[in-house]
Write a protein that binds this ligand. Structure first.
Ligand code: NIG
Length: 383
């Protein structure tokens, strides 16, 4: 059944065919059939087309659904006390991850499934149409495998993050834990995962250990991405780019030479401003990245420690207010940029052949996403 959305005041397509990078069409219409976009054009052109169903959007804005390319959605437990203490000045440290590991190991499969389902629904209701989910709160062979298996029920893009932190039982021998991640744990998780990731940071894994984990994952057919330069400058950025990582995530402390390297690579830098908000760290200078020619994405990083938000619109507002982006740049990063960070061409853009994941905003333009922070402007979704 073909459906036409008509009388769209502003359609953000992210398709340069319509002019500029963002392909914004005013007085637009779009048509879809069985979940796939079949036509995009102006309201005038739409008037002579036939469709089984016509929906009048009454001048509101329509955007591509958000692509949330970095989340840690599968966990149990609560770390609000840690957040409270950070707001009073305590620094964020990688070690807090282990408290979520304990709570997650105690949860049953059914409890975890319900928790993920609720979080995915919360995201959907705020306009997110595609979500990546990482493991990383199990850290044993069996727990990581079950997290990946459950995550796969909700997401096409599942990332193996056994290299999230060294669990307490390996506190005295992190290399032995890396052996496990690269061996039995990888074997158990790989059938459910598309990506291999590692937290290369002080308090987590060294650059050499991170390289081993990425190499092992790639040998098992997974594609590399990395948590890098979140808490301080790191050689892990150069290492990951040299290994062909699709996305460098966080990038809060990138050096000039990192930026040069990234600008001349295919890697996307996935910025996670919810983490800077919740850890009181400085925000990365996204303006500098864009001006240097680096491709960026924005994602929520939804997790119980450093960024417990499911709202892409909140992250857009932070990127505009704190990171020097225009609203159009931030929206692109949260849609087409997220798709690039997952190497997907079927989402994040409104063009013929792409998935019909469209969001009607309760607003006349995309600028309201940053102009009205904290307000869920999603009026209707087509997915
Ligand atoms: O991306 N940096 C590593 N992982 C998460 C934090 C996870 C946690 O604190 O539980 C992040 O910020």
């Amino acid at each position: 059944m073909t459906t036409q959305l008509r009388n769209i005041g502003e359609l953000v397509t992210n398709d340069p065919e319509w002019g500029g990078r963002y392909g914004i069409i005013t007085d637009a219409a779009v048509e879809y059939d069985e979940g796939v976009i079949t036509w995009v054009g102006t309201e005038m052109q739409a008037r002579v087309r036939r469709a089984d169903q016509v929906v009048d959007v009454e001048g509101r804005a329509v955007i591509p659904a958000f692509v949330d390319s970095h989340t840690h959605l599968i966990f149990a437990g609560d770390r609000s006390a840690e957040f409270e203490s950070r707001m009073k000045g305590t620094a964020y440290a990688a070690g807090g991850i282990n408290s979520t590991v304990l709570a997650t190991r105690e949860a049953s499969d059914e409890e975890l499934r319900e928790l993920v389902e609720a979080r995915v629904e919360e995201m959907h209701n705020q306009g997110t149409g595609t979500v990546e989910i990482k493991t990383g709160y199990g850290l044993t062979v069996d727990h990581e495998a079950r997290l990946a298996r459950i995550a796969r029920e909700f997401a096409e893009d599942v990332t193996f993050l056994g290299g999230h932190v060294v669990p307490p039982e390996f506190a005295d021998d992190s290399d032995a834990y890396v052996d496990l991640v690269c061996g039995a744990m990888l074997d158990a998780v790989a059938p459910f995962a598309k990506w291999i990731d590692v937290f290369a940071e002080e308090g987590a894994f060294t650059v050499a250990q991170s390289r081993r984990i990425l190499e092992a994952g790639m040998m098992a057919g997974l594609r590399p991405r990395i948590h890098a330069a979140q808490l301080g400058p790191s050689d892990s950025v150069r290492m990951a780019v040299s290994m062909g990582a699709t996305s460098i995530d966080h990038g809060t402390f990138l050096s000039d030479s990192d930026i040069d390297l990234l600008a001349n690579s295919d890697a996307v830098v996935t910025l996670l401003p919810g983490a800077e908000f919740s850890t009181k760290q400085p925000y990365p200078d996204a303006r500098r990245l864009i001006d240097a020619g680096v491709q960026i994405a924005i994602a929520t990083n939804c997790n119980p420690g450093s960024s417990y938000t499911t709202s892409m619109a909140f992250c857009i507002a932070l990127a505009v207010r704190e990171m020097g982006l225009t609203t159009a740049e931030a929206l692109w990063a949260a849609t087409a940029g997220g798709a690039k960070a997952l190497d997907r061409d079927d989402v994040g853009t409104i063009r013929v052949g792409a998935q019909a994941k469209l969001v009607e905003l309760n607003a006349p333009s995309h600028v309201h996403l940053a102009y009205r922070p904290g307000v869920n402007l999603v009026r209707r979704m087509t997915f």
